[in-house]
Design a protein around this ligand. Sequence first.
Ligand code: KG4
Ligand code: ZN
Length: 349
Amino acid sequence: MPINILAIESSCDETSASVCCDGKILSNVIATQKVHEQYGGVVPELASRAHMQNIIPVVDVALKNANCSLEDIDAIGFTQSPGLIGALLVGTQFAKSMSLALNKPLIQVHHMQAHVVANLIEEPRPSFPFLCLTVSGGHTQIVLVESPLKMKVIGQTIDDAAGEAFDKTAKLIGLPYPGGPLVDKYAKEGNPNAYKFTEPQIPGLDFSFSGLKTSILYFLNNAGVSNVYKEEYKVSPEQRQQFIDENLADICASVQSRIVSILLNKLKKAAKETGINQICIAGGVSANSGLRTSIQKMGVEQRWDVYIPKFEYCTDNAAMIAITAYYKYLTEDFSDLTITPSARAEWGL
Ligand code: KG4
Ligand code: ZN
């Protein structure tokens, strides 16, 4: 008998549901919450409310697109951590209710593990062990993956995530939230070598992005008056705005290029240290065109096999939750109905 899993993702500002049959994705419906744009970031309370509104229609469409009814479902997977607690509660409570009503097993999934497992959804798949650079709005990690459910974090950010570096830069420039895709768009027209931002010297395989954010702030405030980015070189707000308007593409291209080089230099180090040449990327920032091009180029230079999931499996989606839940189903790794979500969760399985 084929195994059908219904999965729910609600950790941040995307309400998503997916059905997979024997590990093959049949549907992946994502409702992005537009309500946050005007606030320049995700407002947790509004996210929870929007999940409440979206979850039933999204699940209905996911079942319909998969040509499935509730009777066909063998287990319910859901994101249990990490994320916004109110947002996670909506998906968790929904999944628990479904499990109770259908009398089918409940499977909790770790959101960051699911981002990594997204690389196993479609051909070509990496062979084990592989390294995954997981870059999202909340996380930046290098993960060593031994099997679908056995992985450990070998490097991570000590402050901001790569997605935050993109979003905070965009905010400083005056672009709306989420700014990452817009920085990417403008960067395509710009010169990545126009401005030089220093690369942080962090030991081992860890990352840091908070210093970059500060140097971008000083750089914009000084509006090209000096190439030393210090707090004291401040120009008027009008001069600052004029500088941004005239140099938007070059600013975006230079910032993007630095974020990408910070990520790839550590990934190169990790590949050297572990001797692994199967390389994957995951998380929302893996949609970045500069990162995609540069990792392919580095892959050729370093003789890596590089795998990049399809765009809809890079940003938050329930297909990655469904596939992870499927692997857990095979090992009968089920949760009971007392399970609660967790905003933060360490992992390394
Ligand atoms: O994985 P994700 O969808 O949600 C989290 O779990 O955080 O990642 C969202 C992040 C945001 O910071 C967004 O700006 C960034 O991914 N992002 C991008 C691009 N598309 C999404 N950053 C740079 N370039 C992009 N094209
Ligand atoms: Zn995510």
